[in-house]
Write a protein that binds this ligand. Structure first.
Ligand code: ADP
Length: 861
């Protein structure tokens, strides 16, 4: 799952990729365009709506205003007519008061009440006026004459009343509380006896104080006590010169006016209403009543009306409603106008016009919604169409997306299937089925690729076949070479062995003969000495050949022990003395003889001496007369270094590369020096077998220095470990086996520690300070086990291992990783990579040996 490319962040399936491309290139831009168009459509719709609404609103306002103005002027005319009649009546009354009266018969239907009021007891036969002279002032003959004068107007009053339907009654009130009123009614019953008329509003509103201009004036509206609904009175003062005789009045019922008004058809289902000077609602339709949540006032208690000047229930007053204060101000300030109001949560448009003198206002009220109903309807339709188009778009879009998705799927299948097919072909080729058929593919480029793949498979098959054959040949050749090598070693071994027996006899008898020296003459002695010398040389040659073949065949055993190197050097020096004298070469020692502290080394004593003899004898042989060979021993950081240096002929750079190879002898001019050409080869092998190293520094014509390094033996913790380890059976089995173990480590201390430890088991170590140098070593020699440090400078342990397992032969070498990374995941990773063991530092030797034993044991089986 972790490595599944379908699930990793950046990798897309083909379908997904095509789909993404469509989405970015087609679907998104389309969505944006459609969205843009929709926005434009709805924006235009909104704009159009607000423009139309403004226009309609203005139109409606204007129309309403015109209508109210028109109707108001009609009512005004009617009211003006009444006012004109009042003016006429006033002049007639003033005239009547001035003229003499002779006929007093009109007074016959009058008499005094018990309280002193003078009043009409009955109506005339044709219907006349009623008279009530309150007993406020005494009524004498003069007053009776005044009654008779006024009653002369009875006919005129009747005429005026009958010709104008608005007029309900006409009357004249005097300063001394006379009331003459048409038509007749029972005044005694109705009026209080001592009524002081100037105290009433229909009198004082026209007096000198309130009406100094002596105009005809209208009183406020009031409810008719006789049940005629709202009434108003138009009153006018009657002066005799500057004396106010009284006030005439005409009562007008507004029922007739309102009847028309209320039946008035008003557009947009609106209605009309009439309000008085102070805001009292005088007329209102039924819808209006509902709208204002009122029931119209029609009846009122009669006595209430007479005793109170005016009757104004608060809820019927438009101006006293708090919510209408704005409207009230506008109406009071302007004779004409219109504005929107909020009436119990509903929007209304109100247009008003003044009725002139009377101070009343005609209002037309229309629900605002009705004005816009059409616009709203139209808008809703457009919106509806818009939504329908939107739905259609969405549906089309959905269809389009489904189509695109299908298209993407078909396209991806068309490409993915051939690709999968090719993948399968590639896999089959990988598995060794090199001959494949080109599948049926419709896409040209893919078909080309598939054809190339199939061709490649064929070529690969052929090449592989050739390679296999080559490998077979190579393996055969290698086998043969190995066999030949083995035969050579065996031959050398048996030959040497066979040669030793006769040589034994030759040398033995030569020595016996030489022991009886005195029996021989000079020439015989020389001959036998020659035979002895030649025999010894031959023996040395045979021994060296034998050693070399043993080493090469892996039969050479070393017996590791701890000994003082100085003793070995000392023995070699005494052995070499004759040769040095013979060659006139001096041997010097540094720290090798006189130093009191022993230089302990862990190696094979015999073989170490053999190594030293080879080096020293070469130093002497390849020297010049009066030359010198220097042997120096020193310890550096747990290493014991032995240097054999001469100032002889030296070795060229070129030759330095081959001196350690067997049977390579260098050309030292005409001088012939005895030698076999195996000495250095054996020396190198022996040193390495003992866990040491050997290298050469030389300058042609100046001299050579061979440097041998062994592990110095230090008494301490390790010796204890040795004791413990030696008890373990497993390690006993490891001991002194000719295993070739390669340790790759760049830290010399670690390297030395392991080397030291392995020495205790008698196992030498092949050392590499880097992974790169390890490969060089692996080129030259075979290795049974690799100990691998992970944190190497340069190529690290993991990289080394990856490279190692590329090689089919070397990948079989078991590898023990030795690393400082001791975390759980380090170990896990180490084992996952394929290391046979993963050990952590500090190294537990027991664990290491146990692992080594396990892996080496398998190898042996
Ligand atoms: P040999 O038996 O010939 O000495 P070795 O293997 O010991 O064989 O040496 C190989 C060759 O290396 C020698 O033949 C010699 O030419 C050269 N050689 C070895 N040691 C020295 C040295 N100290 N100085 C110069 N040349 C040397």
């Amino acid at each position: 799952m972790k490595n599944d490319p379908k699930h990793s962040g950046k990798v897309l399936t083909l379908y997904r990729w095509i789909w993404e491309s469509y989405r970015k290139a087609v679907i998104l831009p389309m969505i944006l365009i459609v969205f843009g168009f929709s926005m434009f459509y709805f924006f235009t719709l909104q704009w159009n709506r607000s423009e139309t609404i403004d226009y309609l609103f203005e139109e409606a306002n204007r129309e309403l205003k015109l209508m109210s103005e028109d109707k108001a002027s009609m009512i005004k005319n009617q009211l003006d007519g009444v006012a004109y009649e009042a003016d006429l009546f006033r002049y007639m009354t003033a005239e009547a008061l001035l003229e003499e009266v002779n006929d007093l018969s009109v007074l016959e239907r009058l008499q005094y009440s018990t309280e002193g009021a003078y009043y009409t007891t009955e109506d005339t036969q044709t219907g006349g006026a009623a008279v009530f002279y309150s007993g406020y002032f005494p009524i004498r003959e003069e007053e009776q004459l005044k009654v008779a004068k006024i009653l002369r107007l009875e006919k005129n009053m009747e005429l005026m009343s009958e010709t104008n339907p608005l007029i309900t009654s006409l009357y004249f009130n005097t300063f001394d509380s006379l009331n003459v009123i048409y038509p007749y009614f029972d005044v005694l019953e109705q009026y209080p006896a001592k009524m002081n008329i100037p105290e009433y509003n229909f009198y004082y509103e026209a007096d000198e104080t309130n009406n100094p201009e002596r105009n005809v004036v209208w009183t406020d509206a009031y409810l008719d006590p006789a049940g005629h609904g709202w009434m108003a009175s138009v009153i006018a003062p009657v002066y005799r010169e500057d004396f106010l005789e009284g006030v005439i009045g005409i009562d007008v019922t507004i029922r007739t006016i309102t009847q028309d008004l209320l039946n008035l058809p008003i557009p947009w289902e609106g209605y009309a209403m009439l309000i008085g000077k102070d805001g009292t609602i005088l007329a209102l339709t039924e819808e209006g009543e509902k709208d204002w949540q009122l029931d119209e006032l029609k009846e009122v208690n009669y006595s209430e009306a007479v005793y109170e000047d005016t009757y104004k229930p608060e809820e019927f007053n438009l101006f006293s409603k708090e919510t209408m204060s704005g409207l009230a101000t506008s109406i009071k300030q302007e004779d004409q106008g219109s504005r929107s109001i909020d009436l119990y949560g509903e929007s209304r448009v109100v247009a008003w016009s003044s009725l002139g003198e009377i101070g009343w206002k005609l209002l037309m009220v229309v629900p605002e919604d009705n004005i816009y109903a059409n616009v709203k309807e139209m808008n809703n339709r457009i919106l509806y169409v818009g939504i329908l188009v939107g739905i259609l778009f969405v549906a089309l879009f959905a269809g389009f997306i489904v189509f695109i998705a299908r298209r993407a799927s078909t396209m991806s299948r068309k490409i993915a299937l051939p690709l999968e097919e090719m993948d399968k072909i590639a896999k089959r080729i990988g598995e060794g089925e090199y001959l494949q058929k080109v599948p049926d593919i419709q896409v040209y480029e893919l078909k080309e690729t598939a054809t190339n793949l199939v061709d490649m498979g064929e070529t690969l098959g052929r090449t592989n076949q050739e390679l296999l054959e080559l490998e077979k040949t190579a393996l055969l050749a290698k086998d043969e070479a190995e066999k030949a090598n083995e035969a050579k070693s065996e031959f050398l071994s048996s030959m040497s062995h066979e040669l030793r027996t006769p040589l034994n006899a030759v040398l033995g008898y030569a020595q016996v003969l030489l022991m009886e020296e005195d029996k021989l003459d000079e020439s015989q002695r020389n001959c036998i000495t020659e035979i002895y010398q030649a025999g010894k040389h031959l023996l040395a040659l045979i021994n060296q050949v034998l050693d070399l073949s043993r080493i090469e065949a892996g039969y050479m055993n070393v017996n590791m022990e701890i000994f003082d190197i100085r003793e070995a050097v000392h023995e070699v020096l005494s052995l070499m003395e004759p040769l040095s004298k013979q060659n006139d070469v001096r041997i010097e020692t540094v720290n090798a003889q006189d130093d009191l502290t022993p230089s302990l080394v862990f190696a094979d004593r015999m073989r170490t001496k053999q190594v030293l003899i080879n080096l020293v004898s070469n130093g002497i042989k390849y020297n010049r007369s009066n030359g010198r060979v220097k042997i120096a021993c020193r310890e550096i950081e747990e290493r014991l270094i032995i240097e054999v240096e001469d100032n002889g002929v030296g070795i060229t750079k070129e030759d330095q590369k081959v001196v350690f190879k067997p049977f390579h002898r260098l050309d030292h001019g005409k001088q012939t020096i005895e030698g076999t050409g195996i000495g250095l080869a054996v020396t190198k092998q022996l040193v390495e077998l003992m866990g040491g190293t050997i290298r050469l520094e030389s300058e042609f014509g100046v001299g050579s220095r061979f440097i041998v390094e062994f592990m110095a033996y230090k008494e301490g913790a390790d010796s204890l470990k040795l004791h413990v380890l030696s008890k373990n059976h497993d390690f006993e089995l490891l001991k002194n086996q000719p295993y070739r173990i390669l340790y790759i480590e760049d830290n010399p201390t670690n390297m030395n520690m392991i080397e030291n430890a392995l020495m205790l088991l008698g196992i030498g170590l092949i050392k590499a300070a880097s992974a790169e140098s390890a490969f060089e070593i692996l080129e030259d020699q075979e290795v049974d086990l690799i100990l691998l440090d992970i944190n190497l400078s340069g190529m690290n342990g993991y990289e080394f291992y990856q490279k190692l397992i590329q090689d089919p032969v070397r990948s079989r070498i078991p590898v023990i990783a030795i690393s400082a990374g001791a975390m759980e995941n380090d170990i896990h990773r180490g084992l996952e990579v394929g290391f046979h063991r993963y050990l952590t530092k500090p190294i537990d030797l027991e664990e290491l040996f146990s692992a080594m034993y396990e892996l080496l044991k398998q190898k042996n089986v």
